[in-house]
Design a protein around this ligand. Structure first.
Ligand SMILES: [Zn+2]
Length: 273
């Protein structure tokens, strides 16, 4: 961690993505980690998070786009923090932005030129919110919250065309990409945390922007309550058990297949053939 001595931790602000915050609060991405592999998810919490590396490109690209629409200062700060990873150090493109960030720039332009997006993306930016789901405390960070009009917007960048579906091994069928990647669950949790905080129901909106050569943009508005309710009920089935694992009350179940399980020899050791 890069904490200096006199600076207190701000778990919902500047230290939102740090280890201490992940230990203190549940988040949707942590829940997804536990669902994938409890053993690996728990190990991630017992050591400090590795500093952002190249394989975190998707996250850095996402934040690059987000920060642009947050404020000039936020965008500048993001570039300053990650410029080493964002700029080519050798080859014919030396000194230029690396390809993923060039694409990010085209996504920013696409959103900027979308007057519907500009109209929707009005409100408070990067709002941290907390609340309890089944007795377990969650945190969330809302890209754009419009309290007065009662909706919130989350920007999602995707390499897939917006109408594309992807195979879900869990449900053994094709799902929309935002269903498969857990974004409906994220919307459901944010809506619930906001309901607890502000005492009203907010309308969730995913603003999708694609990484295609010509980026497409679209507001996906979550009017149907059933899907949101379903995702929340699925989380409620598992969260208590996961929380016991996180607190050390219950032993983590290894998935037996991921890199962590393989390295820790938690994969299947004997197969009777
Ligand atoms: Zn595993």
């Amino acid at each position: 961690m890069t904490q200096t001595q006199n600076e207190p931790l701000d778990l919902l602000g500047k230290d939102y993505y740090g280890l201490e915050s992940a230990i203190r609060y549940w988040s949707v991405s942590q829940f997804k980690d536990f669902k994938k592999c409890q053993a690996a998810a728990l190990a991630k919490l017992s050591s400090s998070f590795p500093e952002m590396k190249d394989d975190n490109t998707a996250l850095i690209v996402g934040n690059y786009v987000h920060s642009y629409f947050e404020s000039t200062e936020a965008h500048k700060a993001h570039i300053q923090k990650y410029c080493d990873l964002m700029i080519s150090k050798s080859g014919k493109n030396k000194g230029e932005l690396k390809a993923p960030y060039k694409i990010a720039d085209t996504m920013i332009k696409a959103l900027e030129n979308d007057s519907q997006f500009i109209n929707y993306y009005q409100g408070e930016k990067e709002v941290a919110v907390t609340g309890f789901i089944d007795g377990v405390e969650f945190k969330g960070k809302i890209d754009c919250l419009n309290i007065e009009k009662g909706y919130f917007v989350d920007i999602k960048t995707t390499r897939l065309p917006i109408d594309e579906t992807v195979w879900s091994s869990e449900f053994e069928t094709r799902l929309r990409w935002f269903e498969e990647y857990g974004y409906v669950l994220q919307m459901a949790v944010y809506q619930e945390l906001l309901r607890q905080t502000y005492g009203k129901n907010f309308l969730p909106i995913i603003y999708a922007v694609t990484k295609e050569d010509i980026p497409d943009t679209r507001a996906i508005v979550f009017k149907t309550k059933e899907k949101l309710r379903y995702e929340l009920s699925e989380l409620e089935v598992l969260i208590k058990r996961f929380d016991e694992v996180k607190k050390g009350i219950r032993k983590p179940e290894p998935c037996g297949k991921c890199d962590f399980c393989k390295a820790a020899k938690l994969s299947k050791r004997i197969e009777v053939y």
